[in-house]
Each structure stands twice: as C-alpha cells, then as structure tokens.
Design a binder for this molecule. Structure first.
Ligand SMILES: [Zn+2]
Length: 159
C-alpha cells in the first residue's frame, strides 16, 4: 500500500519534524515526572472528505510508559499523508502538481484562479493542501497540456 514516489517529500518533512520533537523531554502524566520521548509508528484512521483513510501515523510517546503526547508537527504530517492517500485513491492531483501546472504558465495563484473562473483563493487553498473537487481536478489535468490551454483560452475569448 506504500506509495514511495509521492510520499518521499513527506518523509523528508517528517525527518526534520522528528529531529525537532524527538529531542524534547516532556512531563508525563502517567509517570508523574519528566521523561525521554520517542516516536513510534502505528496505524491510524482519518476521516478525509467523509471517507475513512488508514495511514501509518508517527506518534510521540513517553519512552518509559508509552503514553502518547500531542505533537503538532507529527499530527499535521500524518494528516498530509492521509490526504495524499485520498488523492491517490481518487486520482487527484497533488498540491505541488497543481502548483507546477500554474507555474508552467507563469501565472500567480490569483490570476490562474481568475482565468479558470474560480474564486480568488481557490488555487491558493489547493496548493496549500485542501482537497480539490473532481470537476476542478479534471480541468487542471486538461490544462496541463499547453495545446489544451490554447484551446481553452480561445474558447474563453469568444464566450
Ligand atoms: Zn510515562
């Protein structure tokens, strides 16, 4: 079930995140003292757009008793994984792929959104990790090809 190609950048991000959080000592409520922490991997289920997505979640725990600590870095990295798994299942473009399509035309997020007749912030949201709707995804896929963009622009100008 692993998807090496598209998760490699997340792995890199996680590595950086781990270094930050792993060195942290925390107060454990169970042990009633400051403890060393470590990171474990476990299967976790996330709800993405109404669908249950299982991913390997990295969790910060007490090295002595295993009590879990909340870590924003690890939690958001897991969420990114769950979102990407959802995208993979539904054949949706990744945020960086959307960005690439936009950049190949040298457009800002706002002007690209305008060209597509979408809300001002739509492209910005997608590039920042929101899941795009299916119709939007299809249009982006179509416009990835420069010849299709030409057709689209011609149709837009006669409308
Ligand atoms: Zn503990």
């Amino acid at each position: 079930m692993s998807n090496q190609a598209s998760t490699s950048d997340i792995a890199a991000y996680l590595f950086v995140g781990n270094k930050e959080v792993a060195s942290m000592r925390k107060y454990c409520d169970e042990c009633k003292k400051e403890v060393e922490t470590k990171i474990i991997t476990k299967r976790d289920a996330y709800n993405v757009c109404g669908e249950t997505i299982e991913v390997d979640a990295q969790v910060l725990v007490c090295a002595e008793c295993g009590e879990e600590f909340y870590s924003e870095e690890l939690d958001s990295a897991t969420l990114v994984r769950a979102y990407n798994e959802y995208r993979r299942r539904h054949k949706l473009l990744l945020p960086e792929e959307i960005k690439k399509i936009r950049e190949q035309y040298g457009l800002s997020q706002r002007s690209f959104a305008k060209l597509l007749n979408w809300g001002d912030k739509t492209i910005c949201r997608y590039e920042n990790g929101s899941i795009q709707d299916k119709a939007h995804n299809s249009l982006l896929l179509f416009l990835r090809k420069p010849e299709n963009m030409k057709t689209y622009l011609t149709e837009e100008s006669v409308r």
